[in-house]
Ligand binder design. Structure first.
Ligand code: ADP
Length: 402
């Protein structure tokens, strides 16, 4: 049965949405509301080639959601609100409670709010988004899709930090990992494209965007991932440092009197490609600067690739080999240069790129003699969210009918 599903991604000052028809996966429209809370918020709605945009005051997420639904009616994308059959919400943190996407009940919503302790910037705004759409579309089942859930298969050896035990036992400090929806989606699509069951594959998935993370996937299960207790750890990113010696932080605090909030901002917003290059957080800008002879930009690109290579090396050891290396995210999908830098000199692993296929981002970019497959797969978190609404949101109704 065909259903219209809204995928919602609420950020601290933004709300992204996509309206899809499942199971076909057709996109009816998509859009974004930015700068929520300001007098010059921007509402953008796209339907195919058509685009509507307006700048106006939008005081709250509540107002943003109302405006969005109003616009869907005004532009006749839907005939009435009852045409939206289900809503899927991206939720940052599911802690240890959510090992899969979940139907939103009062209890589930309370748990998401409780988990704000672990994701103070994201979970409260995700929960607010859920409440708003629940109120506006009371007939539509809502499903939460967690960035962390796919990584709940990690075993203790991969998720425990070697700290005093009580920090895990009493405070939940452990590796959770993020980008799970993307790693899951691209690894499933990879198996489909290879015509091999995912259960038979050892995959390293590289989601490289403004935020970047790697995931080691064995038999379809995440066995390790580079982001940790927060999305700050792991490989180097646009503005995040990724892993550094942890003692640098108390050193900075003592030496410069930096507060925890300032240190957080420094690690999250001022580091990574931006911090090293001094040019930009954006990979393309850093590439341009490197080509123009900026040595720090060149160093930033090389650090970016080296830290990914080191993580791939770690995962190959943990997986006991590798069948496929996967690239996704803005950089992974588009930058032949990044992929080449990451894959250089890996003949010893049985991995070699086909230069030409890499240049035009073909789906498979390994050379003929490469034993390891190397794939470029566009991620589509909205589709994954909508599919989870189909899988989880309507089960009860179907059971009742049966
Ligand atoms: P987010 O994590 O915010 O979703 P994206 O996945 O959109 O980010 O990735 C953004 C990154 O992708 C930016 O660093 C951008 O420079 C890079 N990128 C996008 N297109 C290209 C391209 N053609 N070549 C190189 N880098 C690209």
């Amino acid at each position: 049965m065909s259903r219209t599903i809204m995928a919602v991604n609420a950020g601290s000052s933004s709300l992204k949405f996509q309206l899809l028809v499942l199971p076909a996966g057709t996109v009816l429209c998509q859009g974004l509301i930015e700068r929520i809370g300001l007098s010059d918020a921007v509402f953008t709605l796209r339907q195919g080639e058509q685009k509507w945009q307006e700048t106006r005051a939008i005081a709250s997420h509540h107002e943003a959601a109302s405006l969005l639904l109003e616009k869907l009616l005004e532009h006749q994308i839907i005939a009435s609100l009852s045409a939206i059959d289900g809503v899927g919400h991206r939720v940052a943190h599911g802690g240890e409670a959510f090992k899969d996407s979940a139907l939103i009940t009062d209890e589930a919503l309370a748990e998401i709010e409780r988990l704000a302790e672990l994701a103070p910037l994201h979970n409260p705004v995700n929960a607010a988004g859920i409440r708003i759409f629940r109120q506006a579309l009371p007939h539509a089942p809502a499903v939460a899709v967690f960035d962390t859930a796919f990584h709940q298969t990690l075993d203790q050896g991969a998720f425990v930090y070697p700290l005093p035990w009580r920090y895990y036992a009493e405070m939940g400090i452990r590796r959770y990992g993020f980008h799970g929806t993307s790693h899951k989606y691209v690894s499933h699509l990879l198996a489909e494209k290879l015509g091999v069951p995912l259960s038979a594959l050892r995959v390293v998935s590289c989601h490289l965007g403004n935020g970047s993370s790697l995931c080691a996937i064995k038999g379809g299960r995440s066995v390790n991932t580079s982001m940790g207790f927060t999305p700050q750890s792991g490989v180097m990113m646009g503005t995040r440092s990724g892993d550094i010696d942890p003692s640098i932080l108390p050193w900075m605090a003592l030496r410069e009197g930096q507060t925890p909030q300032q240190l957080n901002a420094l690690l999250n917003n001022e580091s990574g490609l931006l911090g090293v290059s001094g040019v930009s957080h954006d990979y393309r800008d850093v590439e341009q600067a490197a080509d123009a002879g900026n040595p720090r930009a060149a160093l930033a690109l090389s650090l970016f690739a080296e830290r990914i290579r080191a993580t791939i090396g770690q995962y190959v050891m943990q997986l006991g080999g590798i069948d496929a290396l996967l690239f996704t995210g803005g950089i992974g999908e588009n930058s032949a240069r990044a992929r080449e830098a990451i894959c250089r000199d890996l003949h010893f692993l049985g991995l070699e790129l086909d230069e030409e296929k890499n240049q035009y981002s073909a789906t498979f970019i390994q050379s003929e003699r490469s034993i390891v497959k190397v794939a470029v797969i566009n991620t589509n978190e909205e589709l994954m969210i909508a599919r989870d609404v189909m899988r989880i949101g309507f089960v009860q109704a179907t059971e009742e009918v049966q």
